[in-house]
Design a protein. Structure first.
Length: 400
């Protein structure tokens, strides 16, 4: 080998090393495009959510819809028995929900048979708003920081303040007789808007949410932001999920990082040999080395003993007025939290609305409310009053 050739080879090696060093020292470029794709690990992809669905719900299956909702649910309809062969929740999470009118009608039919339609999107098409009786609006806001929370007081710990990606899309008009507000977004103490509602349809319901960004990889992995997503998804029944994917039929170009390696025979054989070698190594080192894990007994639940002690204390002191007052207070609080009822006026209108919301017998509810009104007016209480209100509340709760 001549001296000139050695110099050329040396220069080539130096150039390659320098190029590799420069390339490896470059900062990783983050792709912030809003794909909302369950295959993407980008900040605004949905891979983390799609993967965690099976952990959020017990014993369910995740089905991916890769055609229109009309095609998917129509193919799963039993035309002989006039019912769907499947049940569960249709889930769509995307900034812009666009579908044809046939698909919307199919979703309405699917919901009316006891299923749930969950949509989280910024812009809901006008024909969906007209069909379900609500209106939305977008107010431009320079700040993307907002507190997102829930109307249910039991979900106070699931409220989260987001500082990135929140857009002020919200509901401006809803049918208060049928629509239930479930959540809000607060940009300031004077700027509170409804962003999560439930609309009953037949035996099922539509759950509509205006902040899809909270379900992206970025927010689910940032701090405690996942608590809010858990609160929203907690309204979804524990049934199979039908996830509407943006990867529709005809868009299946492989996204596998190995697609080039597997397309080249030499590289493919090298890959397979590496896998076999790794497998042999694992088999020879399969024996685990682990210390004995100490068994820690769970803490004893003393709630029942505490309840019995408090109950005996009230019984022995004969403080019937206190017991009746607490039972009435806790029962009305239960109606406010679980049925979103205003308990300030207990009249026939209240009885009728509670019967509709709870599905219980109107006459029994009338007797219970009448008893509460009667007890509120009493001055002196007997043990029989305690028994009466206890039995009435237990009959109501037993049928829930």
């Amino acid at each position: 080998m001549s001296k000139t050739l050695k110099i050329y080879i040396g220069l080539l090696v130096v150039i390659i090393i320098v190029a590799m060093s420069i390339e490896s020292s470059k900062p990783v470029t983050i792709d912030w495009s809003e794909t909302y794709n369950e295959r993407h690990t980008k900040p605004y992809g949905l891979k983390v959510l799609h993967k965690e669905f099976s952990n959020l719900f017990d014993d369910i299956s995740i089905h991916t819809i890769r055609n229109t909702p009309y095609e998917y649910f129509n193919d799963n309809y039993d035309w002989e028995n006039y019912e769907y062969k499947i049940e569960g929740t249709y889930v769509s999470i995307h900034p812009y929900f666009y579908t044809d009118e046939s698909s919307l009608n199919e979703l309405l039919d699917f919901a009316s048979e006891g299923n749930t339609i969950f949509m989280s999107t910024y812009e809901i098409p006008r024909y969906i708003q007209d069909s379900l009786g609500f209106k939305t609006k977008y107010d431009y806001n320079l700040s993307t920081k907002a507190e997102l929370g829930f109307s249910n007081g039991n979900l106070t710990n699931n409220s989260v303040t987001f500082e990135k990606g929140i857009k002020n899309f919200h509901f401006t008009e809803i049918d208060t007789l049928t629509t239930i507000p479930l959540g809000y977004q607060k940009f300031s103490k004077d700027s509170i808007y409804t962003n999560f509602i439930k609309i009953p349809i037949g035996d099922g319901a539509f759950l509509l949410h205006t902040q899809p960004v909270v379900f992206t990889n970025f927010h689910l992995l940032k701090d405690e932001h996942f608590n809010y997503a858990e609160g929203v998804l907690g309204y979804i029944p524990n049934k199979d999920i039908y996830f509407d994917s943006p990867n529709k039929v005809g868009m299946d170009e492989s996204n596998s990082p190995l697609r080039f390696i597997l397309s080249q025979p030499p590289l493919r054989w090298a890959w397979f040999i590496s896998l076999v070698t790794l497998l042999v190594f694992i088999l020879f080192n399969v024996k685990r080395k682990q210390r004995i894990v100490k068994i820690i007994n769970p803490l004893e639940n003393t709630t029942l003993d505490f309840t019995k002690t408090i109950g005996n204390l009230f019984y022995e002191t004969k403080d019937h007025e206190n017991v009746v007052g607490k039972k009435v207070t806790y029962f009305l609080e239960h109606l406010r939290n679980d049925y979103l009822m205003d308990t300030q006026v207990l009249d026939e209108k209240f009885v009728k609305r509670l019967a509709l919301k709870s599905g219980k017998d109107k006459d029994e509810i009338h007797d219970l409310i009448s008893l509460i009104i009667k007890l509120k007016k009493k001055v002196h209480f007997q043990e029989q009053d305690v028994l009466n209100i206890t039995k009435a509340v237990e009959r109501f709760n037993k049928k829930e």
